[in-house]
Design a protein. Structure first.
Length: 555
C-alpha cells in the first residue's frame, strides 16, 4: 500500500533573491526526497511558498519607500522562477498573502483561543520615539544575552539559535536609524507553550531517529522549560487578528508562517478539485510529514508548530524535522545583506541546473557546515559528471548505435563479470533507496556514483570497442549489460539529476515517462531502438574558477 508523504519545505523571506545557501539546506534535499517517493509509488505533496509577511520584507519596503506588498510580490515572482529553473518539483509553491492562508491562520488562532491556550498579557516592547511606532522583532537588534553575539534579532539569535524577545537584547537599537528605543507597555495574546511541555517531552524523547542537532537543540529548550510567547504584534503588515478591537495588530509572522504548510496543502487539494485531499497528510494516522529546514529554524518546527497543532487537536505532528547546517562561501555564511553569495538566477545564466544540484548534494551540510567553492564545483562537474557518469553513458551508447544499427543487441551467455555488473545494479538500487529513506542524501549520491564507476571498470575490462571487430556476440553481451547499467543509473540518479535522467530515458526507451517503471532497473529488450547519444554534461574550462572568483571580488 502506498504511503502518504507530505514534504514541507521552509518558507523563505522574500526580501531578496535566492542564493545557493537557501536551496542547499532546504530545497535540494526536499526535492530528492519527494522525487524518490514519487518514483516508488507513494502519494506525495511537496509544498511551500514565500513568507510575504516577514519583517525583513517590511524592512526592505521601508528602505525603498514602497509598500511591503510591492516588495513581497516582486521577490515572490523571482523566487518562483528560480525554483522552477532548478527543476524543483513542488506540487504547490504559493505564498502567505492568499485568502486561503489568511483563513487558515485565523482558524487556528481562534481554535487555540477557544481551547484556552491563548492569554492576554501586557508586554514591554521597544518603541521608537523617532519613528513614533512600536518596533517588532526584526526592526531591532542587539547583543544576545546567551552567547554575546552582537547582531542578535528581537526574535532569535542566529549564532546560538535561541529564541528571544526584544527585551532580552543587550544594547538594543533600531535597525532603521540606530537609535535606542524606549520600552512601552502594549497588550498582546500569548501562546501558553507550557501547556504542551509534557506532551512535547514525551514526543521528542521518542524521536530517536532524528538528527542529533535537531533532537539535542529541542531537548535543550525543553529542559529549560517553555514560556509563554507573543502571538500578536504591533504592525500593519500581515494577517489581521480576528478579534474586534484588535484591528491595529497582526498575527505574529512566526505563528502564521509555520501554518503555511497546512494552508498550502489545503490549497493544493482545492486546485485539484479534491478539497479533502490534504487530510491524507494532516489527519490520517498513516500520514507522514517531513519538514526540511536550516538549523536556525529547528525550534519553530519542533516546539512552536507542534504546540499549535496539539492546541488545535486532530492534526499530525511532524514525522521528522530534517534540518541542515549552513552552506558557507569564502569562509563565511551566505548573506543577502553583505552580498557574500552566489545567486541562483545569476548562476543559471552560465551553467545548467543538474551539475549544481549534483555538487550541492555532494557537499550537503547534513551534520556540519560545508563550503561552496568554484574549484569544488568545477571538479565535481568535470571529474565526476563528465568523466565518470557522462563518459560511461556516452561510450556504451556510441558503440551500440554504431555497431548494432541503433538497436539493443541480443546478449549471449553471461559470465561472472556480467552477472557481477547486474548485481551492482541491484545493490545500487537498494543502497540509494535506504539512504534516501533515512535522509542521508550524500550517502545516497555516493552509492549512485559507485554504480557509474563500476560500469566504467566493467567496460574497460571487457573492451567492447575492440571485441566487436572479432567477436560480435561477446561484444553484444557486454553492451547489453552496459545498457542495463545505464537504465539503472537513470533510476538512481533521477531524484538528484531529473533532467539528465529524463534525457537518458529518451535515449533508451520510446515512451516519455521516466517514473513509469518505479524504483527498478527497466529491462533492456533486445532489438528495441536506442538513440545516438549526445553529451549529458558540458565540460567546464579551467578558467571559470578564476573568472567566477574575480566576479565576486569585482562586486
Amino acid at each position: 500500500m502506498s504511503r502518504k508523504i507530505l514534504v514541507a519545505v521552509a518558507w523563505p523571506y522574500v526580501n531578496g533573491e535566492p542564493h545557493l545557501g537557501h536551496i542547499a539546506g532546504m530545497v535540494v534535499p526536499a526535492d530528492i526526497f519527494a522525487r524518490y517517493h514519487r518514483i516508488v509509488g507513494n502519494e506525495v505533496a511537496m509544498v511551500s511558498g514565500s513568507d510575504m509577511h516577514g519583517t525583513p520584507t517590511a524592512l526592505k519596503a521601508a528602505e525603498e519607500g514602497v509598500s511591503p506588498e510591492v516588495v513581497a510580490t516582486r521577490y515572490h515572482e523571482i523566487w518562483s522562477k528560480a525554483l522552477s529553473d532548478m527543476s524543483f518539483a513542488y506540487d504547490l509553491y504559493t505564498h502567505t498573502h492568499t485568502d486561503r492562508h489568511i483563513e487558515v491562520a485565523q482558524e487556528l488562532f481562534t481554535a487555540l483561543l477557544e481551547n484556552g491556550h491563548l492569554a492576554e498579557a501586557t508586554q514591554s516592547m521597544p518603541y521608537s520615539t523617532t519613528e513614533e511606532r512600536f518596533l517588532s522583532d526584526r526592526f531591532v537588534e542587539g547583543t544576545c544575552p546567551h552567547c554575546a553575539h552582537d547582531s542578535a534579532r528581537g526574535d532569535q539569535c542566529d549564532n546560538c539559535g535561541r529564541t528571544l524577545d526584544p527585551i532580552d537584547l543587550i544594547d538594543i537599537r533600531s535597525k532603521q536609524d540606530g537609535s535606542t528605543p524606549v520600552f512601552k507597555d502594549t497588550t498582546h495574546y500569548m501562546l501558553k507553550l507550557g501547556d504542551f511541555q509534557e506532551q512535547l517531552e514525551e514526543w521528542v524523547n521518542g524521536k530517536t531517529e532524528w538528527r542529533a542537532n535537531v533532537r539535542n537543540q529541542t531537548l535543550g529548550m525543553l529542559r529549560e522549560g517553555l514560556h509563554d510567547r507573543a502571538i500578536t504584534r504591533d504592525i500593519e503588515w500581515g494577517v489581521p487578528v480576528p478579534i474586534e478591537g484588535w484591528e491595529s495588530k497582526r498575527i505574529y509572522v512566526w505563528f502564521e508562517a509555520v501554518l503555511g504548510y497546512l494552508s498550502a496543502a489545503r490549497a493544493w487539494g482545492e486546485q485539484q478539485g479534491k478539497p479533502d485531499e490534504w487530510k491524507k497528510f494532516w489527519t490520517d494516522p498513516e500520514g507522514e510529514s517531513y519538514y526540511f529546514q536550516g538549523k536556525d529554524n529547528v525550534s519553530f518546527h519542533t516546539i512552536m508548530l507542534p504546540s499549535i497543532l496539539l492546541g488545535k487537536g486532530g492534526l499530525n505532528l511532524p514525522t521528522d524535522v530534517v534540518a541542515n547546517e549552513y552552506l558557507t562561501f569564502g569562509g563565511a555564511d551566505f548573506s543577502k545583506s553583505t552580498g557574500n553569495a552566489v545567486w541562483v538566477s545569476d548562476f543559471l545564466t552560465r551553467y545548467e541546473a543538474d551539475p549544481l544540484r549534483y555538487y550541492l548534494s555532494s557537499i550537503m551540510p547534513e551534520t556540519s557546515d560545508s563550503e561552496f567553492t568554484w574549484t569544488g564545483f568545477h571538479a565535481a562537474n568535470n571529474n565526476e559528471l563528465v568523466a565518470t557518469f557522462g563518459n560511461f553513458v556516452h561510450r556504451v551508447l556510441t558503440i551500440t548505435t554504431r555497431n548494432f544499427d541503433n538497436s539493443v543487441p541480443t546478449p549471449g551467455e553471461l559470465d561472472d563479470a556480467d552477472n557481477a555488473a547486474l548485481e551492482a545494479c541491484n545493490v545500487a538500487l537498494k543502497e540509494v533507496a535506504e539512504a534516501i529513506e533515512n535522509r542521508r542524501f550524500r550517502d545516497a549520491l555516493q552509492a549512485a556514483m559507485r554504480l557509474a564507476r563500476h560500469g566504467n571498470q566493467y567496460v574497460d575490462a571487457k573492451e567492447p570497442w575492440k571485441v566487436v571487430k572479432v567477436d560480435k556476440e561477446s561484444a553484444a553481451t557486454t553492451l547489453w549489460v552496459g545498457l542495463n547499467i545505464i537504465s539503472t543509473l537513470r533510476t538512481v540518479f533521477y531524484p538528484f539529476l531529473p533532467t539528465s535522467a529524463d534525457r537518458i530515458h529518451s535515449m533508451l526507451f520510446s515512451d516519455s515517462d521516466t517514473l513509469a517503471d518505479g524504483w527498478d532497473r527497466r529491462d533492456i529488450v533486445p532489438g528495441a531502438p536506442v538513440q545516438k547519444p549526445s553529451p549529458l554534461f558540458r565540460k567546464l574550462d579551467d578558467s571559470i574558477i578564476e573568472e567566477e572568483n574575480a566576479r565576486l571580488t569585482g562586486k
